[in-house]
Ligand binder design. Sequence first.
Ligand code: HEC
Length: 147
Amino acid sequence: MRIKFISQKLLITAIAAVALPLVVQADDKKPRAKVDASKLPPASDKESVTYTGDIKAILDKSCTKCHGTEKQKGKLRLDSLADTLKGGADGKVLEPGKSAESPLVANIACIGDEDDWMPPKDNKANIPPLTPAQVGLIRAWIDQGAK
Ligand code: HEC
């Protein structure tokens, strides 16, 4: 009886030792790939760039088919300023004041992991990548505080 009890305890400990790190790992957020900021198009020098005045039109054209009312890929909506700032499944997608460190900028500049390029390569809707000028405008908007 006593031996059986001990071996049961050992078995449970052994299972826990193997299973626990797996659970913890699965729970961990996928780390965002570091991108080489020197490869980003420069921020536009336009002043007073705002979501409503400059950015929404770009996002509506290239992004909200998948990040709007119909679909929310990655639990991300880009059709309002509040939702854009809120971010998606992996948390915030931009940091006001720091465009070079904002994941969204790396995604739209199509640098870093190909899986993260936005719009996705070869998307069925045939939405083309943003132009460097559009990326630069979004950078300026974020650098100016993402208002
Ligand atoms: C054809 C559909 C489609 C379009 C268009 C699209 N996306 Fe995405 N987006 C996705 C999918 C799919 C994911 C990944 C969801 C996942 O992996 O869980 C994603 C994820 C993201 C993420 C989250 C990435 C992360 O690391 O958290 C950002 C930011 C993003 N998209 C921005 C944009 C922007 C900005 C545009 C427009 C320039 C855009 N997307 C256009 C489908 C699209």
